[in-house]
Design a protein around this ligand. Structure first.
Ligand code: HMG
Length: 601
């Protein structure tokens, strides 16, 4: 037996089309982007359908026109089929340079009539018209046959009916036929028997794929039986997204995480990063406010939370432990959300979390994105591994040091933008420094409003030892440490210890468990009103930038007016709560209740 299989991820199409609530296009695009980062090499991205037939995919044109989706579709390593019902849909796909499509037919008359309002043969003729044009345009075509075991209208499906559809789809040029147990009623013995029937009738085993739904909990057993019968391609849906329109409340597609787990545990390679897939399943389930239907995904995430050690697990057992939901994870970074809090984790531990060009840009873009999101009130920055951050990437071939003028200017702009966007964030920013920081890493921590330090963390403004100077970070460093201390620290390049930084007031807490301390600090800030916190930040900025001048006076007056005037909903609410005896207002609940535009996270 070959020891690898190909997983065809159908979540963004088959999964989402069965979800009841409306899903923002950006969420769909983000799902596709995350799936691509798991190593999956086939992702069915959408279906070009009439908005009336499938309202959930009404935004297919917008999605296909999106630049991120276009880039993903053109990625040579990826198959990104789009399901096409007719020639009109194909035209739209071709306009968007789709390189692969899928056509679909039913093996049973009743389902064909109900699903696409025509007979099986008419459906096959329609698929043929689409496939022929696609083939002429060098577009690969995949075929689906639904109701391989049973039809909700006609009952059991004869294997000969499946064979007829498979043979016609192959004849029209489909390179692969996915056999769909649409109702999820089949069992392993039926799966093996059907595959044998098809192969005995001359269907090459290498052209078949399995598409199993989990209505009766049989999907994995069917997949394993199909694998043992020689199939090497399986459709599945991340987080078990989807459902069965004929069995309300029943589970839909088998979860991709469960399939990957099963094969990888059996030593059969899927090429998929299961941890990333599990995080994606949890993320999309959270976005859709639904239960994560993947058992393997849920179990792996629970285990990794425990494993991430005494630190996180201990934190999670304390009263103030926060539940962090994974969000985007661009290279070298991980973003999490918990209520109105965001946690950014530098995640390039092998290189001490040194800041690559892409990390700086992604971090800046993320901070810019959340700056306008009134439902986010705090942002924490922390890191994985031994170091918090070893500063600018100094690696051979990746460092912009000793380059041409344009590269140097671009790096200056990049770093300046990053430190500015953090310094000017409307949210309260907290650096949770879990290990030593160097150069730009020190800048990152000092660009934040507040710092929590692990006992083994420290800071080194090491630039001078490398023949460099702490240029772009100096604004934030001098602001927080003051001129005499900064001068000595920068000139000596010595290690600054947590206690001396705490004595200066530059570090709020020195703790043995920084993750737990971060969670509990964030929880304690629930009683600080978000707009008032923004005003505090403005006051500090006025003192620092306009110290004792007329502009400081004017700025303070403007802020005073803002807080006192009757149209300040926050102070009006705070006062009302105080007068009714509530001394601990939950400002997170207030922020979420006032959110007008849905959060993009
Ligand atoms: C951190 C220790 C003490 C660990 O010292 P160690 O424990 O002996 O470990 P190591 O030196 O073997 O480092 C572990 C891995 O991290 C990598 N690494 C580590 N740092 C970086 C880095 N910056 N860029 C790229 N890679 C880095 C290092 O190359 C190695 O990777 P491997 O060789 O195993 O593949 C040592 O590696 C070290 O001294 N690193 C340099 C730290 C430093 O001086 N950073 C300042 C950078 S300059 C800067 O940030 C300029 C800026 C932004 O401030 C200018 C401005 O303000 O405008």
């Amino acid at each position: 037996m070959a020891n690898s299989v190909r997983i065809v991820e159908v979540g963004p199409r088959d999964g989402l089309q069965n979800v009841k609530q409306s899903i923002p296009t950006l969420t769909k695009i983000e799902l596709i982007r995350r799936l691509q980062q798991t190593g999956l090499n086939t992702i069915e991205i959408t279906s070009v359908v009439s908005p009336r037939t499938i309202p959930q995919l009404a935004d297919c044109k917008t999605l296909l026109a999106n630049t991120d989706v276009k880039r993903i579709v053109q990625d040579e390593r990826l198959r990104a089929p789009v399901l096409i019902p007719n020639v009109k849909g194909l035209d739209i796909a071709l306009e968007n340079n789709i390189r692969e499509i899928a056509v679909f037919v039913s093996a049973s008359e009743g389902f064909s009539k109900a699903n696409i309002n025509c007979s099986v043969q008419q459906g096959l003729d329609r698929a043929k018209a689409v496939a022929e044009i696609a083939r002429q345009r060098n577009v690969a075509v995949r075929g689906y046959v639904s109701c391989i075991f049973s039809c909700p209208y006609d009952g059991p499906t004869p294997p000969s009916a499946v064979l007829n559809s498979v043979q016609q789809l192959l004849a029209m040029g489909c390179y692969e036929i996915s056999l769909g147990d649409t109702l999820g009623v089949g069992v392993a013995s039926q799966t093996a028997a059907l595959i044998k029937f098809l192969v005995d009738a001359g269907v090459p085993i290498g052209t078949l794929a399995g598409h199993f739904h989990d209505t009766y909990g049989q999907a994995l057993a069917n997949i394993w039986a199909a694998y043992r019968s020689g199939l090497r391609v399986f459709d599945s849906s991340v987080g078990g997204l989807g459902g069965c329109p004929y069995a309300p409340g029943a589970k839909g597609n088998v979860a991709s995480e469960d399939v990957v787990y099963m094969f990888e545990q059996a030593g059969i390679n899927t090429g998929v990063n299961l941890d990333r897939l599990a995080e994606t399943g949890a993320w999309i389930s959270e976005q859709l406010k639904k239960q994560n239907e993947s058992r393997a995904g849920s179990a792996l995430l629970a285990k990794s939370r425990l494993k991430s050690g005494s630190k996180e697990s201990k934190a999670n057992t304390t009263a103030s432990a926060l539940q962090w939901i994974p969000q985007e994870a661009p290279e070298g970074l991980k973003f999490f959300k918990s209520g109105t809090n965001i946690k950014i984790v530098l995640d390039r531990p092998r290189n001490g979390n040194a800041l690559t060009t892409s990390m700086i840009e992604m971090l800046t873009a993320f901070m810019e994105k959340i700056a306008g999101d009134s439902s986010i009130t705090r942002v924490a920055i922390t890191a994985n591994g031994k170091f918090f951050c070893t500063g600018m990437d100094l690696g051979k071939g990746s460092s912009p040091v000793a380059s041409g003028q344009a590269t140097v200017d671009a790096q200056f702009n990049r770093l300046t933008k990053l430190f500015n966007v953090i310094s000017n964030a409307p949210q309260v920013t907290i650096a949770c420094v879990q290990g030593p920081a160097f150069g730009g890493g020190v800048g990152l921590a000092f660009a934040c409003d507040i710092r929590i330090f692990s006992k083994n963390a420290n800071m080194t403004l090491s630039e001078v030892k490398l023949g460099l100077c702490p240029a772009t970070i100096s604004k934030a460093v001098i602001r927080e440490l003051g001129i005499p201390f900064s001068r000595e620290a920068m000139l000596s390049g010595r290690t600054l210890l947590p206690e001396e930084l705490a004595r200066l007031g530059a570090v709020a807490k020195v703790v043995s468990d920084p993750n737990a301390a971060l969670d509990s600090y964030l929880t304690s800030l629930k009683t600080s009103a978000p707009r008032a916190s923004g005003m505090v930040k403005d006051l500090i900025k006025l003192a620092w930038q306009e110290g004792a001048g007329p502009k400081q006076e004017e700025g303070i007056k403007a802020l005073f007016r803002q807080m006192m005037l009757s149209d300040n909903v926050e102070s009006a609410y705070g006062l009302k709560e105080f007068q009714r005896g509530n001394k601990k207002v939950d400002w997170d609940a207030f922020a979420l209740s006032r959110q007008k535009v849905p959060s993009k996270l």
